[in-house]
Design a protein around this ligand. Structure first.
Ligand SMILES: *[C@@H]1O[C@H](CO)[C@@H](O)[C@H](O)[C@H]1NC(C)=O
Ligand SMILES: *[C@@H]1O[C@H](CO)[C@@H](O)[C@H](O)[C@H]1NC(C)=O
Length: 346
């Protein structure tokens, strides 16, 4: 007896079956998704992990790889700090199958371990309401597994131990077995108790991930809220300061622009008057003179000046067109122009 056990142990060591640890059999209701943890040795941290579907590993089909961790039916994530990768089989209506958790090895046989997934029409013979459970440091957490099949029940940490003497990882674990459920209460939780666990019922297992964090206290929540609102105020203040800064920046743009326009208008006015004077002087002469050349250059630059050629009043209306370009100054200028306009008309 002890000989055969020793033989089994040696066989296990030779085949490297301990390279990956996972659950062996899980059943879920059709249409629900299930996450399965695969624990690997730390030396494989940098390797590619994948899930392969098929009875024989040699002929299995890739389901998902950590290269591209998401597709229609599966997703995979590798928690390198815990040496566990997690494969999720999404709301599938697929038939039950064998799957392989595997680690890619260059120039060698990939390390792998299989599990069997089956689907049930109704609730599975072993299920939990949520695979993700959160507990708080120093407190107790109770996890309930619902079971239907006969056979032993157990609560285990993946890759570690099942309940022994009411303890797992040094913390107290109490089970409360009822007719169709059993509850596991873990007391005095520590951050180190975070991880993958599983319920056992007969040959079925159901993985559960426990996250242990600090409970957010009421005071700290209020403080956080206050800080947040303060932050929002700060942001508003920031925004205002930015606006205040933007305004002078805008002004510094508008002022030269308006000055430029003013200069252009004054130049146009002066040139136009010179031209009119010249026209009056030469009374229709078509001879090109120096002054006229200068004028035509300017009118070329400013096409608003084009209609000017016939009448003086038109010049001022072209000034009015520029009105929307400026702020207060432009308006002030407009007033002045209107004023001079009147003067001119008189
Ligand atoms: C397992 O994978 C699922 C889907 O990718 C993800 O939502 C979940 O958080 C993972 N769980 C852990 C413990 O990494
Ligand atoms: C947590 O569990 C311990 C041991 O089982 C128990 O003595 C204690 O009262 C529990 N605390 C709470 C808050 O339920």
């Amino acid at each position: 007896m002890s000989n055969s056990l020793g033989f089994l142990l040696i066989l296990t060591l030779i085949t490297g079956a301990e390279s990956i640890t996972t659950i062996s059999k899980v059943a879920v209701k059709v249409g629900t998704s299930i996450s399965i943890p695969c624990l690997y040795q730390p030396k494989y941290r940098g390797h590619v992990k994948y899930l392969c579907k098929g009875y024989y590993f040699s002929s299995c089909q890739y389901a998902i790889k950590t290269h591209s961790p998401e597709n229609q039916e599966y997703s995979i994530s590798d928690d390198k700090s815990q040496n566990i990768f997690n494969v999720t089989i999404k709301e599938s209506t697929a038939e039950g199958s064998y799957y392989w958790c595997a680690v890619e090895i260059d120039n060698g046989g990939d390390v792998r371990k299989y599990f069997h997934l089956s689907f049930t029409r109704d609730k599975s013979s072993l299920y939990v309401t949520d695979q993700m459970v959160t507990g708080f440091i120093g407190e107790n957490t109770t996890i309930t597994c619902y079971y239907r099949a006969k056979g032993n029940i157990d609560w285990c940490k993946l890759g570690r131990t099942c309940i022994k003497d009411g303890l797992i990882d040094g913390i107290t674990v109490n089970t409360d077995k009822k007719k169709d459920s059993f509850s596991v209460t873990m007391s005095g939780l520590r951050a180190g108790n975070s991880g993958w666990y599983y319920c056992v019922n007969g040959d079925l297992q159901m993985p559960i991930y426990l996250t242990v964090t600090i409970r957010p206290t009421v005071e700290s929540t209020t403080v956080t809220a206050a800080t947040e609102s303060a932050t929002i105020e700060d942001q508003k203040e920031d925004q205002k300061t930015k606006e205040d800064r933007t305004f002078p920046a805008l002004l510094s743009l508008i002022i030269p622009l308006v000055s430029l326009i003013l200069v252009a208008i004054v130049a146009l006015l002066v040139l136009f008057r010179t031209k009119r004077a010249k026209i009056q002087d030469s009374s229709g002469s078509s001879n090109l003179k120096e002054g006229e050349v200068t004028y035509s250059e300017v009118s070329f630059k400013k096409n608003q000046a084009l209609p000017v050629e016939s009448d003086g009043d038109v010049t001022y209306s072209s000034v009015v067109i520029k009105k929307p370009q400026g702020g207060k100054r432009a308006k002030a200028k407009d007033d002045n122009e209107t004023h001079s306009h009147h003067k001119q008309n008189v």
